[in-house]
Design a binder for this molecule. Structure first.
Ligand code: DQA
Length: 153
């Protein structure tokens, strides 16, 4: 059976395309969804792509991923830098987590250099724009396949 991946997007990412294009480019969230679905199908993953502007909704989505998804890819957007609640939900979920950011947060303002999400993530991909989501799918697919191999040994 295909591994199921929850791809979660935080606040203001629904504005991609028009939002600060000098930082985030012109790619819309719908474009990213299409890229994710195409890469997921190549990797034989089943991706569920979602966005919310609401911290509580993101926490609830992560909570309900337990037992239903094999991995989480998350761009928590601004909540990356503020949300202990999202961190705690990810830690409680106990599935592999890959953190994504379109921009290189380490080249930007200092308040973006700290990520709560990173404490729960196996790895972080940032600065590659929309391609970061495809790289994250590659990474999570490799992680899950390696876990399968280890279980068979
Ligand atoms: C972002 C980076 C965050 O600092 C910012 O608040 C976002 C988007 C990114 O994808 O580059 O909303 O997560």
């Amino acid at each position: 059976m295909a591994h199921k991946i929850l791809v979660l997007n935080g606040p203001n990412l629904n504005m991609l395309g028009t939002r600060e294009p000098e930082i985030y480019g012109h790619t819309t969230l719908d474009d990213i969804k299409r890229l994710v679905e195409a890469r997921a199908s190549t990797l034989k993953l089943d991706a569920d792509f979602r966005q919310s502007n609401n911290e509580g909704e993101l926490v609830s989505a992560i909570q309900s991923a337990r037992g239903h998804f094999d991995g989480i890819i998350i761009n928590a957007a601004a909540y990356t830098h503020t949300s202990v609640a999202i961190l705690d939900a990810l830690l409680a979920c106990s599935v592999p987590v890959v953190e994504v950011h379109l921009s290189n947060i380490y080249r930007r303002e200092e308040f973006r250099h700290h990520s709560y999400v990173s404490r729960a993530a196996t790895g972080v991909i940032c600065g590659f724009g929309a391609e970061g989501y495809e790289l994250a799918l590659d990474a999570i697919s490799n992680l899950l396949n390696a876990n399968l191999l280890n279980k068979k040994k």
